[in-house]
Ligand binder design. Structure first.
Ligand code: ARG
Length: 261
């Protein structure tokens, strides 16, 4: 009988331990830190600008800027979030803090520098002129402001600014994206499109019957923009860009999208 009671007691104690153990496991200590999502780095772009930023076949953002930004975010230990917006609203959104930075094949200009700060430049570009293959416009000099030529541009880009200055706003038709301007050219709504050289090459390759005129229209440098008070982020971006340049990472990304051969 004693044995039976002892066994019973032992079992009861064991059960109590198990029960306590289970209960204890259910109650999480209140001071345990919550598993936070990794902090985000929000990039504003306008993703109709191949090979710098575009929406790939699987619906994901791709391109030189997208990949460089991904590497920068990785170095900063942050998760990159990309927001596709109109080119002309990138700077305002960066200024207001809606986006951490803008990266969109964006040319450094004195006027933009009044609104935002720019990182070191990571690419150079030139503005070129696209026309129909059978166009009467044989060179950049054939573009005039006499009203016989209509020029298509992406609104708020340097192409828009140069074209409006040189040929008059009345001869410039502004489109939401470079692709829309190229579609207008194909449809005969404009005589020429002024746009950055690499997107121009991409658009001409993707569409029949277009060509790029000889001769660069204007030379420029691309950089990342951040809000003026955000010098910490600017420093971090510049350090990352320098490392990515030194390690040949940027050269590899560029080679992937703009093969040298
Ligand atoms: N480089 C030109 C500019 O800064 C055009 C940039 C357009 N970029 C774009 N992602 N759509 O004005």
């Amino acid at each position: 009988m004693k044995k039976v009671i002892l066994v019973f007691l032992a079992l009861a104690m064991a059960f109590t331990f198990v029960a306590c153990g289970t209960a204890n496991n259910d109650v999480k200590p209140t001071d345990e830190p919550k598993t936070e999502e990794p902090q985000k780095l929000v990039m504003a772009t306008n993703a109709s600008f191949p090979p710098y930023e575009f929406v790939g076949e699987n619906g994901a953002y791709e391109g030189i800027d997208v990949e460089i930004a991904g590497k920068i975010a990785e170095k900063l230990g942050l998760e990159l979030e990309i927001v596709d917006t109109e080119f002309g609203s990138i700077i305002g959104g960066v200024q207001s803090g809606k986006y951490d930075f803008g990266m969109a094949g964006m040319t450094v200009t004195d006027e933009r520098k009044e609104s935002v700060d720019f990182s070191d430049s990571y690419a150079t570009a030139v503005q070129v002129v696209i026309v129909a293959e059978d166009s009467a416009i044989a060179s950049v000099d054939d573009l005039t402001d006499d009203g016989s030529v209509k020029i298509g541009v992406q609104q708020d880009t340097t192409g828009d600014i140069y074209a409006s200055d040189d040929y008059g706003e009345e001869n410039v038709i502004r489109y939401k994206t470079g692709n829309d301007a190229v579609e207008a050219l194909k449809a005969g709504k404009v005589t020429a499109v002024i746009i950055d050289n690499e997107p121009a090459k991409s658009f001409v390759a993707a569409n029949e019957g277009l060509k790029i005129l000889e001769g660069a229209y204007a030379e420029e440098e691309y950089a990342i923009c951040v809000a003026k008070e955000n010098s910490d982020l600017l420093d971090q971006i510049n350090t990352a860009l320098q490392e990515l340049t030194d390690d040949g990472v940027i050269a590899d990304i560029v080679e992937k999208y703009i093969p040298s051969k």
